[in-house]
Design a protein around this ligand. Structure first.
Ligand SMILES: [Zn+2]
Length: 677
């Protein structure tokens, strides 16, 4: 069976409603289904999925396509990976020979993924090893973790040795650099060679939503073999392009089905708590990786859950986490509640009781709104500061905090609830509270932005670079401004941004429906010479990998490029007439018009030489890549500004600095078939 047949077979065996329904709640709407779009900050269902056509489409951000594009975009997979994942899901065997459309260089993410997969197998084998694994199996037996959980969570063991994994890798000639980057081994300071980072630890692989290991958590075995005063009890893999600690939830791949069914995610403190809950049949449980609940976690959960319940044991940690939870509650669409288990028991202890499950369900049911929890703490402070001035100061302080956290931007219903509670608490009417909040929000707002510099002939785009580039003469100018020139002009402006404003910047812009000149020229060039699709760009990346559907700056451009892209990758000839026909048949007269315009733009240039066309194409591609880099930088900068985790901030800023050295985008598609199978 060749790859096209296989693709068709997998496509036919995969129901798009079911596939997307596993990630997003879909509700019937006429002949179609609608849900919150996972590709932008969606608050109203903007994504439509058609069971007849087996396609999805977001009318706000323009994301759309078939089952493969959904898997690729949602799970950040290359096409061969998506084929494999969907094939496995449908029970269709996908051989590696099918996957190698063309060998192509694996991406950083693919290399890290492979390293983690291989290490995971190593740790699991060590666990089973008759001698090496004896102690850890004793420990696990004492903790009462059963075989089913060991398998589901792929639990393993890092042996009590400095070079167990290192030797294993060296013997097999594995690409050591990938394992160093994944934080699994380190070069020795003296004498060369490598040593293992995880030693004598019970290993909990941390997986992505598809269950593939992306990092590891290691718990030291408490048997005195290793001096545990000098060693951390838990050791986690470092952050990598594959692993963002503050966006990852442990156990999500095993919990998401139940979370989707119950619309509730329960967050506990550690790996063993998650495993214990699942073992007791409580399946909607995940853990953060030693951090409080973040907006990124909420983002990862928002398509599965409506409500997040945080289980706290210790009071101090609980209060701090409650503050963060309020922030997440205000900033998002999730309800965040806080539960304390009876007698401050561990989930494991509680669930082991004869009526443990009942007590657990009761605690979840009685969990309290994060705001209530925070208000109660404030009430306690009031009793301590029970003077009029003290109350006044605390009220203002609290309101200011809520205003900065973005209270004003909450949905009116949620905001109403907050005002109501506050009013009750501070004995003021709701209207007064509302006015106080608005006033405080005003005083927290940054100074109005400086007037925009007038465009000059040298920099016609100026800071408006990201918007529609219609008629931008810079495109044809080989000396067009370098993105770093522009980066300087925007960073000054950012420095004055307030957190709330930065957060709002994270919502992707809904762009104009018009196509930029660069986009029109790109499409036009491809219509004239489809083989340009395979060229290598100046940055060393293949065009087809560097610019994929979704990279354009408007939804119309994305939709059009998607059609063209699919035709080319399927090996079809690009004929304007048949493309126009297809667009008209699918009711996209608007896109047909834009395509005609793109074609005319190139005609108009009257280029006679193939090289000239290629030069236009290259410049247009460079312009798009620059735009995307600017977008990514802006997004990273906004994230850095809107977080108050110093660690995350540092990390993001480092990413920003490394931006020029990095790939044009972290995830590119490798080895797309061009109908050569
Ligand atoms: Zn969308």
């Amino acid at each position: 069976m060749d790859r096209d047949d296989l693709k068709r077979q997998v496509q036919e065996a995969t129901d798009i409603i079911q596939l997307i329904g596993e990630q997003v709640t879909l509700r019937p709407k006429g002949k179609e289904f609608a849900g919150l779009c996972p590709f932008h900050e969606d608050r109203n269902p903007s994504m439509f999925v058609s069971p007849q056509k087996q396609i999805y489409k977001c009318f706000v951000c323009g994301a759309g396509g078939d089952v493969f594009s959904f898997a690729m975009n949602y799970h950040k997979l290359s096409f061969p990976e998506a084929l494999k994942v969907l094939g496995e899901r449908a029970g269709i065997e996908v051989h590696d020979s099918h996957q190698q459309g063309e060998p192509g260089q694996p991406t950083v993410r693919q290399k890290l993924s492979e390293a983690n997969k291989c290490a995971c197998t190593f740790f699991q084998r060590q666990y089973q090893h008759e001698q090496a694994g004896a102690k850890v199996r004793d420990y696990v037996a004492k903790r009462g973790i059963n075989t089913q959980m060991l398998e589901e969570f792929q639990i393993g063991y890092a042996p009590d040795s400095w070079d167990g994994l290192a030797t294993y890798l060296q013997k097999r000639n594995m690409p050591i650099e990938d394992y160093i980057e994944a934080g699994l081994v380190s070069p020795r300071k003296t004498g060369g060679g490598l040593f293992d980072r995880m030693r004598h630890r019970l290993i909990f692989p941390i997986c992505d939503a598809l269950g593939r290991p992306i990092a590891f958590g290691g718990r030291i075995l408490p048997d005195g073999t290793i001096d545990d005063k000098n060693e951390a009890k838990y050791l986690n893999s470092p952050e990598t392009p594959l692993f963002n600690k503050s966006a990852t939830l442990y156990g999500l791949h095993l919990a998401k089905q139940t979370i989707l069914q119950t619309r509730t995610a329960v967050i506990v403190e550690g790996y063993t708590d998650v495993v214990a809950c699942h073992q007791h049949g409580v399946r909607n449980v995940v853990a953060t990786l030693g951090t409080a609940l973040t907006k990124e976690h909420a983002h990862a959960l928002r398509h599965f859950a409506e409500k997040v319940v945080l289980i706290f044991d210790a009071d101090d940690a609980g209060q701090k986490a409650a503050d963060r939870a309020v922030e997440v509650f205000i900033g998002g669409t999730l309800d965040v509640t806080i539960a304390v288990l009876p007698n401050r028991m561990d989930p494991d202890e509680l669930l082991a009781l004869p009526d443990g499950r009942q007590q657990w369900d009761g605690a979840i049911k009685d969990s309290r709104d994060a705001l209530d929890y925070q208000f109660d703490r404030m009430k306690d402070q009031f009793t301590d500061n029970d003077t009029v001035a003290g109350r006044q100061r605390l009220t203002e302080e609290y309101l200011r905090k809520l205003a900065v956290q973005g209270l004003e931007k909450m949905s009116p219903i949620r905001r109403g609830l907050v005002y109501e509670r506050l009013a009750h608490l501070v004995h003021l009417d709701e209207k007064t509270i509302g006015q106080m909040v608005s006033r405080l929000a005003q005083s927290n707002r940054p100074a109005p932005p400086k007037p925009k510099p007038q465009p000059t002939p040298q920099h016609p785009g100026g800071p408006e670079y990201l918007d529609v580039m219609d008629g931008d003469p810079a495109l044809m100018d080989p000396d067009m401004p370098h993105p770093s020139d522009l980066a300087g002009s925007t960073s000054g402006q950012d420095a004055t941004m307030q957190p709330s404003q930065a957060a709002s910047g994270m919502i992707p812009k809904v762009r104009s429906r018009a196509l930029s000149l660069a986009e029109r020229q790109l499409l036009g060039c491809l219509l004239h010479r489809p083989e340009l699709f395979s060229i290598t760009l100046g940055n060393g990346h293949a065009f087809e990998e560097a610019i994929i559907p979704g990279d354009m700056t408007s939804d119309s451009a994305n939709a059009l490029y998607h059609v063209v892209y699919e035709r080319i990758t399927a090996g079809d000839k690009l004929r304007l007439s048949s493309l126009l026909m297809e667009l008209m048949e699918t009711g996209r007269q608007d896109l047909a018009n834009l395509l005609t315009q793109a074609d005319a733009d190139i005609e108009k240039l009257g280029l006679t030489e193939a090289e000239q066309l290629e030069a236009v194409f290259r410049q247009a591609a460079a312009k798009l890549l620059e735009t995307r880099q600017m977008d990514e930088k802006q997004e990273t900068r906004n994230m850095a500004l809107s977080t108050d985790s110093a660690e995350l901030q540092e990390n993001l800023l480092r990413q920003l600095q490394e931006h020029h050295r990095a790939n044009p985008s972290p995830v590119r598609i490798a080895g797309i078939s061009r109908g050569k199978s």
